[in-house]
Write a protein that binds this ligand. Structure first.
Ligand SMILES: CC(C)(COP(=O)(O)OP(=O)(O)OC[C@H]1O[C@@H](n2cnc3c(N)ncnc32)[C@H](O)[C@@H]1OP(=O)(O)O)[C@@H](O)C(=O)NCCC(=O)NCCS
Length: 151
């Protein structure tokens, strides 16, 4: 999978980024502090993720998203794998990713990619998001943190 960095003069794909995180304030913060990567098909951006350094040894994958029409075709898994490879190439030792307690498919995806659950931040979403988030009939309240050690 060929991914590329978002150019300095380029508008970030907010439609995709906001699919993964409905908070524009937080999305803008990750974009400023991290690096945004894009996946294109036929000249159209259909996938995105942001890499955010947490400390010199650890990077977090933020805002993984695939355009709605292209979901469920294996692109998300390839994006997560590409992000892990990139983190490894840059020289990080650990990769982290966080998701909501209600994000059942994302939890499956990340564990299939080799991440293990390491922490739960209780009430993260209730505290940081004004609008209630409900997925799969479950209220999103807690952040599940997952981590992978790179060899
Ligand atoms: C999460 C997301 C990036 C996954 O991308 P995707 O291209 O749809 O996912 P893939 O086709 O690569 O599927 C990977 C795994 O996800 C799970 N999955 C994806 N779509 C699913 C669906 N409709 N139902 C059940 N499981 C699903 C499966 O476990 C699947 O594994 P499998 O291929 O072994 O069956 C994508 O759905 C998306 O952009 N969602 C909105 C944004 C978002 O929630 N981002 C994550 C924030 S934490």
């Amino acid at each position: 999978m060929e991914i590329r960095r978002l150019g300095n003069a380029e508008t970030p794909p907010y439609d995709l980024l906001l699919l993964a995180d409905p908070s524009l304030v937080l999305v803008e913060r990750y974009l400023k502090e991290g690096e945004c990567f894009l996946y294109e098909m036929d000249g159209e951006i259909i996938g995105v993720f942001v890499l955010l350094m947490l400390n010199p040894e650890t990077v977090e994958i933020k805002n993984v998203a695939v355009s709605e029409a292209m979901q469920g075709k294996g692109i998300g898994k390839q994006l997560v794998q590409a992000a892990i490879r990139l983190a490894d190439e840059i020289g990080y030792r650990n990769v982290e990713i966080g998701t909501g307690n209600s994000s059942v498919n994302q939890l499956a995806l990340y564990q299939k990619c080799g991440f293990r659950i390491v922490e739960i931040i209780h009430d993260f979403f209730t505290f940081h998001y004004k609008e209630e988030i409900v997925e799969n009939g479950i209220v999103c309240r807690d952040m599940i943190r997952l981590r992978m050690e790179l060899s």
